[in-house]
Structure formats: structure tokens, C-alpha cells
Design a protein. Sequence first.
Length: 282
Amino acid sequence: MNKPVLFLCLSALMAQAIPVLAQTVPAPPPATPATTPAATAAPAAPAPPSWSTTIAPTYVSQYMFRGVRLGGNSFEPSITSTYGNLSLEIWANDPISNSDKVPGQSDPEIDPQGSYTFAINDSVSIQPGFTWYTYVRAPTNQGFYRETFEPNLALNYTVSGVTLTPKIYYDVVLQGPTYEFDIAYAIPLKDLGTEIDLVGTAGTYIQTNVANMASPDVKTWGNYWLAGFTSPFAISKSAKLIVGWSYTGGNGAFFKQGSMPKVANTAAVNRGVVTASLAFTF
């Protein structure tokens, strides 16, 4: 055969075979994708605060304030609203009968108050607040005030479930400080669906202008303490019964006007106090 013709024939045969070989060559294994760490989910944004309100009509067998008896059997309603770390409250005391009234004191007493908690860490917080004391029917011509205002500042420290709270108050009308130390601890009673909330308080005060329109000024000072407990019992998802008892009293309590001798504050007494409250939260 002529060589050029033979060459052309071989070329034609190979040209047809190459596509077939190309189609039958096995495809290379797919490349293994690079290992990448799983994406870390971003932390959920904290839920925005919302208002919560608790209405608590309360009965007390004695109205004791810083070791001084200001009334007997009394009705003590309160309305407390919270929004995040902000707390606002209106608290009142009204003696149940005329025999439960102490002259010049609660008849009724209505006290707006509030506080804001600044968390330092999981164990420590600072809590500034105020109380505006109002005495609707206080006889001003007998030396009583219709209202006083008392800012306060507390430091809350919790360790091993025990909360320790040193606190300072200053009444801008009565012109004097109160220094107080509180301790609180809760004992859970899971089988009974409640707990025992233990509380203890010790304090001391001195005020230099306690008599309205008196000249010279009248000052007072004294010490007080309290030890007690409360226990809540759930009635429904939004209601609970809270019962409690405490023993409280005052000592070293006196009045003094000008250069006159000091006089004992006979209202500084020791009393046991029973409390019962229904709290409705919504």
C-alpha cells in the first residue's frame, strides 16, 4: 500500500478512537472539602424588660417602725410595680379601730417609695432609693409633720445564699441619719411547696428636728432590732398567701430639747407582730 495512503487511514482510525477513550476514562474522585469549624451561634439578645405589678392587701397585728410602736391592728395595703431594675411602690397603714390608733401617727399613713438596683456582679449590687412619708391627718399644731422625705442607699452582698445589706437613710425634714444592717436567708421546703424566709435587722438613728415648729429644736435617738420570718403559699399562678411573724423592739430611745434633760421615748417597746398578706401579680 502507498505509505501516504496508509498514514491517512491510521490517522482516521485514531481520531475516532480518542473520543471514545476520553469518555470511558473514570472521573477522578471528588476533592474532599476543607474541614471548617461549626459556626458558633450568637448569644440570644436579652429579653426587654416589661412592667410587673403586685397588689398586696396585708393585715398586721402591730405597726412597729424602727423599734417604735406607731399603731395596733392595722390594714397595710401596697401596690408595687417593677420594670427591670426599677421598683416603685405605694405603701399604706391604716389602723383598724380607734383603739389601734396612736395620737399623731398613722391615720392613715401613705408612703410612695422607689429604688433602682445597679448590679456590680452576680453577688454585689448597689441600690439607691427614697421614701416619702405622708401623714394625712397629723396635727401640725401639736408638733407633728404631715410629710417627710428620706433618701437611702443600700449595698447588697450575697454569699452562700445569705444576703447582707448595710443601708443608710437620711431624713431631710427630721434632719438626721439612720444606719441599718439587714441579713436574709431562705430555707426551701420543696415538699410543702414553700420556703421559710428568715430576716434580721439591727439599726440606730439620730434626728435633730423631730418636732414641727419647736424652738429650740427637739432631737431623738435610739436603737432597734427585728428577727422574723415569712412563708409564701401559692394559690394560683398569679396569687399567693404570705404569712409571717417577727419580734421587734427598740432601746436607748430618748427625746431632748435644748438644754433640758433627756426624756425616754415610751413608744420604744418590744412586740411580737403577726402578718398575713394576699399578693396578686400581673
